[in-house]
Design a protein around this ligand. Sequence first.
Ligand code: CTP
Length: 406
Amino acid sequence: KIGEVADEVPVNAFAVGGFVRDLLLKKRNLDLDIVVEGNGIEFAKHLAGRLGGRYRTHERFSTAMVLMPDGFKIDIATARLEYYEYPAALPTVELSSIKLDLYRRDFTINAMAVQLNPQQFGTLIDFFNCQNDLKQKEIKVLHNLSFVEDPSRIFRAIRFEKRMSFTMAPHTARLIRNAVKMQLFGKAADTRFFSEIRLIFSEENPIPAIQRMADFNLFQFLWPDLKPHLKVDRRFLHILLQAQRAIDWYRLLYLKEECDNWIVYLLAIMGRSKAEVLEAFCKRFLVPQKITDNLVWQKMHADKVANLLARRNALRNSEIYWLLQDLDIEGLLYVMAIARKSTVKKAVSNYVTEMRQAATLISGRDLMALGYEPGPAFKIMLNDLLDARLDGIVTSKSEEITFIQE
Ligand code: CTP
């Protein structure tokens, strides 16, 4: 259908990038990136109309996004026709724009396209022998300036290498080392860095990628404040592994609430630092204020709670409940990751699996039925009752009523 719409407009439309890579690897990829030779915006409008989806356009960049009712997302970009003006009488030369578009991409494995127009439907477009690199499982840039143009690609190289168990071509690895030496990250005023760091930490297992980042000396740039322990030493690795264990443990509980794993890893990396270090990191990488505030708050609160839990033995369930109740799931898993005592881990795991869902059986309405006047005292009574439930003092509704009346 997409191809038919392309013919109608008419434009040449191609599926590109990660979609094609994953198609050839027979892996699922839920995002479709399309590049159009011609008017991409016009194409997006037609496509949305035909597929019953909504669209959003970015006229300035000639890009658009079509969102299908089932949540499937199609990103559309326009391959600009580039004209090379020759001096004097020579004619202007038009470069095949899809070729140029692919040449500007990050790695060869992401630089293939599949034509979508019906007549040529399914034709693989591979100008740079990319298929061979995919077969050889190699991450390779298309040209020497790739990391200069976009240093955030360094993180992408690492992410793809570790995710798919590929290897970096030696020349590409050399270009990364050069880019690091040249301090290309000097000015981090680019939101792409944080997006890529976040994507690395969201991978199924980010630890090998984090170690690879250390290999490439990227820590000095990412976390200059971690100076004394700049490398992935044993303790550092231990915290990361504990974070991973906590995340895996949580995943197997199959609870409804989703966990943003990247937050747990980021907090874990900062496990031995003060909250200010995390804050400085967020500033440097232009992390949106709301996310920064939440990260910093979770860290400060979690560190405090972790300390308290470690210092005090034999806490009652109700005490643990009130200590932990303001933390998000990410902050809770972070406490599990940094805790050295098994009693602390146990307290948190207990809280996540049991206490967090605890509620009193009677409600404010029941209190009114018992003849109590509504008001601030209600909250206190219900909280006391919750404590009694958590500590096993009351276990049924009738016991709750007796507890209140006493
Ligand atoms: N791309 C690029 N340089 C970047 C980011 C992206 O050249 N810094 C190109 C790549 O060709 C990539 C495409 O844009 O394939 C889409 O980017 P993105 O959706 O971020 O990556 P995917 O390759 O789809 O990877 P993922 O599987 O992680 O979604």
